[in-house]
Design a protein around this ligand. Structure first.
Ligand code: SAM
Length: 250
């Protein structure tokens, strides 16, 4: 369900933060909207609610400044796409470490020379192939094998990969008991460094389920211990929301 909320109403903040569960879209309107103040309020809105406003561009610009880019549906994956688009060219090889249903693979294939993809589930490989075929995409190669093997499987591309994306967790609409795991994820991250070109990037999206929290903990510990630089992007102060880290191979 969609509702309209007037920014100037005295109970605007209270209403937009405590939306009933059935409200999925909010149209924010009103005169003299203070964008900084509005964004402070929006940071606290549930992440599955879509915000629409005729001041959208200014809202997006403000969130960009805060490293909390949200876009229309305020998914952290918007930030992933933005960073990928800004860094990948049609001359670049890239890797999708968790192809899942193929959405990220499709996106990456359209902006790169070739995308290599990994997934341990047959169904994920099949779903991804189907999506790519339906979109007439052929610049890809998929491996039905754990992403830890990246440096064996793609040995000939060593130091030649521009970007490696980990979108962790379980297959959406699939078997939720099969999820990425902190041991294999950490090995895969370690093995990714030798694959990156000199200005290459590793992007990792962490999710807040218990195994996801352990994954984040072991990966961040490893990066900190080895003084490897990374930036964290969050689209909400809520620690229980998905977030992105970007590791630069300088
Ligand atoms: N990128 C996907 C998309 O656009 O639909 C979503 C990926 S989904 C969140 C995570 C995927 O990681 C699942 O399909 C799961 O099978 C896969 N996975 C789990 N452990 C893995 C591993 N060790 N190596 C490669 N893929 C793995």
């Amino acid at each position: 369900m969609e509702i309209n909320l007037d920014y100037n109403n005295i109970d605007f903040k209270d209403k937009i933060i405590n939306l009933p569960k059935n409200i999925k879209t909010v149209n924010v309107y009103g005169d003299n909207i203070n964008i900084t103040n509005l964004c402070n309020i929006l940071e606290n809105v549930k992440s599955n609610v879509e915000i629409k406003s005729n001041r959208q561009k200014e809202i997006d610009d403000e969130f960009l400044k805060r490293n909390t880019y949200q876009g229309f549906n305020r998914s952290i994956l918007n930030m992933v796409k933005k960073i990928c688009s800004e860094n990948i060219t049609k001359n670049d090889y890239v890797v999708d470490m968790t192809v899942g249903n193929g959405n990220d693979t499709l996106f990456l294939s359209n902006i790169s020379k070739k995308v290599f993809g990994f997934d341990i589930q047959d169904v994920a490989i099949e779903n991804t192939k189907k999506l790519l075929r339906e979109n007439n995409v052929y610049n890809y190669e998929l491996f039905n094998i754990s992403h830890e093997k990246i440096n064996d499987v793609l040995k000939e591309y060593e130091k030649n990969i521009k970007l490696i994306l980990f979108n962790l967790g379980y297959l959406p609409c699939g078997d939720k008991s099969i999820t990425t795991n902190h041991k294999t994820t950490l090995n895969a991250v370690k093995n990714s460094f030798s694959m990156l070109s000199s200005n290459g990037l590793i992007l990792i999206v962490f999710y807040p389920h218990p195994e996801g929290k352990t994954e984040a903990q072991v990966v961040l510990e490893y990066l900190n211990k080895n003084k490897l630089k990374y930036t964290i992007y969050k689209n909400t102060p809520n620690m229980d929301a998905p977030y992105l880290i970007v590791i630069n191979n300088y």
